[in-house]
Write a protein that binds this ligand. Structure first.
Ligand code: AKB
Length: 318
């Protein structure tokens, strides 16, 4: 591919913020067009290069933007996550499906070369083996977010075979980050717990004790995303649905890790509606296909992630 001209939608979200900064470093700030609908844009996004308001629900806006900026690569991250999705399932479908359809349609019409559309462990649900869920497994999600993620995976594959649109995606586990807060997911607790540990030395978890979930630290999430997009297409057996994993933990496990660094830290539990969502997800993921096809391997385990998170957040919250 010639020089990349990259559009990022949802560029001010949890993954979008750090991914956008990395894309600017790798491909040059002039070639990365970060967009979102949000007003609260952090300085690292506003000041380091292009930032524009763009609503993926508006086909004309997306179409004009892609034409004007000669976009050939799209990271389409704008979405409603699992927790918010259960509060308003119709809005979740509308944003995640109709927004993605606009992006796919514009991409096909303008001969965009590559699209990254994230999937999630939420794409699984009933009938899966809870441990080491394989690359190919039954997909019966129980949340609207999960339904839209399975549909996104299948659409990506469909457009690849029908129009040659090179669609790629990862089934993200819960992502832990220090830069931007997550917005409306079930795994948000795994980020909140660090803020509360540093500020108040206590956290009340809305996910119950004994509920392990797959998780990943943001630097590994960014690495996985860019490495998959850079991989030679000939090595890829899958399109929008690669399993990726790093480590798994339950709230009491991450609390024990935090206690090693902040001994006064305590946790208690008050599960809410997100507990049911968490229980429908696997406890661990088999990512052999990603390891074989594009050499995926995470750098951070739970201990290294905890130490780094507390270090970064302590400085940030000082
Ligand atoms: C969520 O909790 O909804 C997301 C996800 C696992 O996709 N973090």
């Amino acid at each position: 591919m010639n020089m990349k001209r990259i559009l990022v939608s949802g560029g001010v979200g949890q993954i979008g913020t750090e991914l956008s900064v990395e894309l600017r470093k790798k491909y040059g700030a002039d070639n990365v067009f970060i967009t979102d609908i949000r007003e609260d844009v952090p300085a690292i996004i506003k000041e380091g290069g292009h930032y524009n308001k763009l609503n993926v629900m508006n086909y004309d806006e997306v179409s004009n933007f892609v034409k004007k900026n000669e976009i050939n690569t799209i990271y389409h991250l704008a979405a409603i996550l699992s927790g918010k999705g259960e509060e308003n399932p119709f809005l979740c479908w509308d944003v995640n499906m109709n927004g993605s359809m606009n992006v796919f349609k514009v991409a096909i019409e303008n001969k965009v070369k590559q699209i990254f559309l994230p999937s999630s462990m939420a794409a699984w649900g009933l009938g899966i083996p809870s441990e080491n869920v394989p690359q190919e497994s039954i997909m019966r999600p129980t949340s609207m977010y999960g339904v839209t993620k399975v549909a996104g995976e299948r659409l990506g594959e469909y457009f690849f075979y029908k129009y040659g649109l090179d669609t790629r995606g990862l089934r993200y586990p819960g992502i832990i980050s220090s830069e931007a807060l997550p917005g409306g997911g079930t795994t948000d607790y795994a980020v909140e717990i660090f803020y509360e540990a540093i500020k108040n030395k206590h956290y009340t978890s809305y996910i119950n004790k004994g509920t392990p979930l797959p998780m990943m630290y943001m630097p590994d999430c960014i690495k996985a995303t860019i490495d998959l997009m850079e991989a030679d297409i000939k090595t890829l057996r899958y399109h929008g649905d690669y399993n990726v994993a790093a480590f798994s933990f339950a709230p009491e496990d991450i609390a024990a890790e935090i206690k090693k660094v902040i001994p006064e830290f305590t946790i208690d539990y008050k599960p809410d509606f997100r507990q049911q969502i968490a229980e429908s997800w696997p406890t661990s993921i088999d990512d052999t296909a990603a390891r074989q096809d594009w050499n995926w391997k995470p750098n951070f385990d739970i201990t290294a992630m905890t130490v780094d998170m507390i270090d970064k957040l302590s400085k940030k919250l000082m």
